[in-house]
Every structure is written in structure tokens, then in C-alpha cells.
Design a protein around this ligand. Structure first.
Ligand code: ATP
Ligand code: MN
Length: 514
């Protein structure tokens, strides 16, 4: 038995603070390797990881046999001494002297060591969350939430909440979840913005941070049916001030994650150039210029989309040839035999990694020509598709603001340019590396008559918007705000390919369980 009354329990993220001391650790077995006289047990406790070393000498026969019997995800309590080991993450390991099983899984753990398909992982989300990658993502999610609140709180913003049940359908009903509200039709909120405007007129600078519901009847890697949105709204802000705030905000959160989540980013193998690139100013281009750039009619730093994408494609082809050569070479070595078990495992995982990279590169090889094709033929006046956003941000390598949008493709509440009435003061922030739109914002229409005309033009039910029009009747002021999709931000910061990994229990078309 482990003596938990005399020895203090420590959490693994703080293990190094107890160097050379005796501690108790309570966690789960995530991996085990045994040799004749030593068993290495990798333990996780939610806060972090440690390699626990169980040797016959230090732990005795009984504990040694117990350690030998451990299966994946067995819950265990261990005691031992924290010793320095520079090779380990965190710089230490635990030399075990006693060990106790809390519960040994009756069956084999479903998410064993072999690779699993996405459907299987999704069905086992309740267990998948225990993996190291998910651990890293969830901790970054947590830290980002903290950084977001800190950013706004330090700048005098008031956190307020918009209702989730609404009677207003502000951007059409096609993506709304309808529900019954005491016999009345209600919708689950797809944005708190309209309420945000009312709150900003009362409290000045506010932000909401709540769940948002959209019936997106398609499976994309960027859309969830339930996601979280940060929606600041500021009285006396115009479009430029809005963009300044968005830029400061995104840079702040990214810098905070880069500083505070180094271990998590390492686990995720995040390309850190992202955080370096964030130091430069985000370009601000109008929608019309963005279209010209896409179509190859305007250069960025002396290059057209065609030139950039063609050179990307050439680089992809070179990389594919390299990977194929490396796989063949490694496989030939493995086939030749005479390799120790440890080295063989290492080679196997290297080949797996290369094959994954190959898949990604081959996908790019197929995609790039299509992206180019659709960029060059982009119809002016339209909204961008995912690939257009990828191409556009590729031209800059940093997040890019696209503002001054054609009125026809934007929401009714965006402010019309006084000198150019076909355009509105909307802005999207596009993230590079194919992550696409992460922020959508605008200066809001503050003129009663123009807004009324827009509501009529969009054939929206006037009764439902009377309260909203009131805001333009009683002390109307210029104001602006934006919505940041929290999971989109996490996707981008962590570099994960699919949005389903950025939220503990994703809800999307075809996914309601677990
Ligand atoms: P998209 O064009 O990517 O579908 P949108 O224009 O519908 O997005 P907005 O209405 O501007 O999105 O919402 C503001 C932000 O919310 C977006 O910039 C994005 O970050 C996020 N977002 C929108 N829809 C979703 C979704 N279905 N799942 C996750 N995040 C979303
Ligand atoms: Mn948008």
C-alpha cells in the first residue's frame, strides 16, 4: 500500500518543484515498457505526465509484479522519489517505492496503441480526451479563454451575456435551430450581436462569450453546430478602431499561448513560425483588391497568385519524391533484419509519420491546381470560399483583414459607406495556412432610416426588430464590434486539421453522441 497519510500528493505539472523529495502521485497508466529488472510506467494525472521507474531493487518483488500486471488506463497511486533526468519532459522522473491499483480495467482499453479512424475516435470521444494530443489542445483552449478574458477585462470591457433563446432570425433562418418556447417559435442564438449593441449603448464597451448554434448541414473541417463565440461591441468605435482592436487582441492571445503553452505546443508539433509572423502588421485590403489579387490582376510583393502557387506546387512535388525515397530506404533496412526491437519500433513510427506527411503533401498536390483555377476565375462581388481564403493569406503569410465588402453579400446591419453606397463597413480576418475566416466584424449601421430600409429590403419581420431600431432612435452613435469563433482560433493556434478536436464534445451534422 502507498502511504498517503504521511507523504504529500503532488500534481505532475509541479513535480519538478519536489526534486529529491518523496511524493505521492495519483493518476492513470498511459504506457508501460518492461525489461527484466525494470518497468517503465508512463503515468498521467490530467495535469501532466511522468515516467515512473519500478525496479526490483527500489520497489520490491510485490510492487514489481503489480507493475508488471498494469494495463493501459489502470488507475494507480504511486509513491516514490523525484529524481533529475534531463531527457524527460519536465526534467525529472519518479523512482517508485510503492504502488497501488485503484481499479484495473476489466477489458482491454479501446483506444490502445494502434492508430484509429476518425469515426471510431469520435464515438469514443469520452476516452479520446485522455490522449496526450487532446490534453495539449484542451489546455491551450483553457489558457486562451483565460487570455481572452484578461485582455478585455484589462481594457475596461464589461462581460455581458446575450440570451440563447431568441425570437429574431437575424441572418436568415436556414442555419437556425428551431425550438418551442412555451408554444412560440424560438431559435437557438446564432449570434449575440444585436443584444451586444444594446448592451454597448448601456455599458460602453462590452463582450459576450457564449455558445452559438448553427445548423450547418454539411461536414466541413471548419464548422460545428455548436461553437463558442467572443463578441465584443463598442460604442463610439468606427471600422478602423475595430480593426485595430482585433489586431491587438489576436496578437495578445497568440503571444500569451506561445509563452504559456510551450509544452503543449511541443506535443502538438506546432510550427512556431506562426507566432513569429504574428509580430508583423496585419495587411488591410479591400474586398475589391482581394479579388484582383486572387485573379492575378494585382501583385503582392512583386508576385501573382499564379507564380506563388506554381512554385508551391513544385516544392510539394520535390517533397513527395523525398518522402517516397525515405520510406523505401527505411523499409528496406527494416526488411533486411537484424535490428533491435527498440530501433525497429522507432523505424516503424518514423515510416508511419512519413506516410502521414505523404498523404498531406499528396492532398496539396491535388488541391493547389484547383485552388489556382478557382482563384483566377473568381467572380467579382462574391464571397470567398475556403480555398480562396487559403490562397489570399498564402500571399501574405500573416492574418489578413479584408474590409469594404459588397453590400449584397453581407448582413443587413452593416454600415453603408456614405460615399460608396454599394459597399458596407464589414471586415473579416482571415488566418493563414488554410485556417480561413476566424473573425467577422463590422461598423454597424447607426442611421435609423438607412437601417429601416435595409430591414425592409431583406424582408425581415419589422416587429421583431423594433427594439433594435430603438437603439438608433435614442442617442444613436457610431459603434462597431466583431465575432471571433473560439474553436476556429484554437484550431489555428494548435494547428489541428479539424475543428472537432478543439472542443471537448463536438456537435456537428451527424454527431450528437457521446
Ligand atoms: P463561414 O463563412 O466560415 O461559415 P460566417 O461568415 O458564417 O463563417 P460569422 O457569421 O461571421 O461566420 O461568425 C463569426 C465567426 O464565427 C466566424 O468568423 C468564425 O470564426 C466563427 N464561425 C462561424 N460559423 C461557425 C461554425 N459553424 N463553427 C465554428 N465557428 C464558426
Ligand atoms: Mn463571416
Amino acid at each position: 500500500m502507498v502511504d498517503t497519510t504521511q507523504i504529500k500528493t503532488v500534481s505532475l505539472d509541479k513535480l519538478a518543484e519536489s526534486m529529491d523529495e518523496k511524493v505521492v502521485v495519483r493518476g492513470w497508466v498511459r504506457n508501460k515498457r518492461d525489461s527484466k529488472a525494470i518497468i517503465f510506467v508512463e503515468v498521467r494525472d490530467g495535469s501532466g505526465f511522468v515516467q515512473a521507474v519500478v525496479s526490483l531493487d527500489d520497489a520490491g518483488q510485490e510492487a514489481f509484479d503489480l507493475a508488471k500486471s498494469l494495463s493501459l488506463e489502470t488507475s494507480v497511486i504511486l509513491s516514490g522519489t523525484v529524481v533529475k533526468d534531463e531527457r524527460q519532459v519536465g526534467g525529472c522522473e519518479l523512482v517508485v517505492d510503492a504502488l497501488q491499483i485503484v481499479q484495473q480495467p476489466a477489458e482491454d482499453y479501446p483506444l490502445g496503441k494502434k492508430a484509429h479512424g476518425v469515426e471510431f475516435l469520435g464515438n469514443n470521444r469520452h476516452l479520446w480526451l485522455r490522449s496526450k494530443k487532446q490534453w495539449a489542445i484542451m489546455r491551450i483552449r483553457n489558457r486562451a479563454k483565460y487570455a481572452i478574458h484578461t485582455f478585455f477585462q484589462e481594457r475596461g470591457f464589461i462581460q455581458m451575456d446575450a440570451p440563447f433563446f431568441t425570437g429574431n432570425a437575424c441572418e436568415g433562418t436556414t442555419t437556425l435551430f428551431e425550438t418551442d418556447f412555451y408554444g412560440e417559435t424560438a431559435y437557438l442564438s446564432q449570434s449575440g450581436q444585436l443584444y451586444g449593441e444594446a448592451m454597448a449603448m448601456a455599458l460602453g464597451k462590452i463582450y459576450t462569450f457564449g455558445p452559438t448554434f448553427r445548423a450547418e448541414k454539411s461536414k466541413t473541417r471548419r464548422h460545428l453546430s455548436e461553437f463558442w463565440m467572443i463578441e465584443p461591441e463598442m460604442a463610439y468605435y468606427d471600422l478602423d478602431m475595430n480593426m485595430d482592436l482585433i489586431e491587438e487582441f489576436i496578437k495578445y492571445v497568440a503571444a500569451d499561448i506561445a509563452e504559456k503553452c510551450t509544452e503543449e505546443l511541443t506535443v502538438l508539433e506546432r510550427d512556431m513560425s506562426l507566432f513569429e509572423n504574428m509580430k508583423s502588421t496585419f495587411p488591410r485590403i479591400t474586398h475589391s483588391d482581394a479579388v484582383r489579387i486572387l485573379r492575378g490582376e494585382q501583385e503582392v510583393n512583386g508576385k501573382t497568385t499564379k507564380e506563388i502557387l506554381e512554385s508551391d506546387l513544385a516544392a510539394v512535388k520535390v517533397r513527395i519524391a523525398e518522402i517516397n525515397a525515405e520510406i523505401s530506404k527505411t523499409e528496406a533496412e527494416m526488411a533486411a533484419g537484424g535490428i533491435k526491437k527498440g530501433k525497429l519500433n522507432w523505424m516503424r513510427s518514423k515510416v508511419d509519420k512519413l506516410k502521414n506527411e505523404l498523404k498531406e503533401e499528396e492532398e496539396k498536390e491535388r488541391n493547389i491546381p484547383q485552388w489556382l483555377e478557382s482563384a483566377i476565375n473568381f467572380p467579382p462581388g462574391e464571397d470567398f470560399g475556403g480555398s480562396d481564403e487559403t490562397v489570399l493569406t498564402r500571399m501574405f503569410g500573416t492574418p489578413v483583414f479584408v474590409y469594404k465588402w459588397p453590400k449584397a453579400i453581407k448582413a443587413f446591419y452593416m454600415k453603408t459607406y456614405e460615399d460608396d453606397p454599394e459597399f458596407v463597413k464589414g471586415v473579416d480576418l482571415l488566418a493563414p495556412e488554410g485556417f480561413g475566416e476566424i473573425v467577422g466584424g463590422a461598423e454597424r449601421e447607426d442611421n435609423y432610416d438607412v437601417l429601416l430600409a435595409a430591414i425592409k429590403h431583406h424582408e425581415l419581420p419589422l416587429e421583431a426588430f423594433e427594439w433594435y431600431l430603438d437603439l438608433r432612435k435614442y442617442g444613436s452613435v457610431p459603434h462597431a464590434g466583431f465575432g471571433l469563433g473560439f474553436e476556429r482560433l484554437i484550431m489555428w493556434l494548435t494547428g489541428v486539421h479539424h475543428i472537432r478536436e478543439t472542443i471537448p464534445f463536438p456537435r456537428s451534422y451527424g454527431r450528437l453522441f457521446p
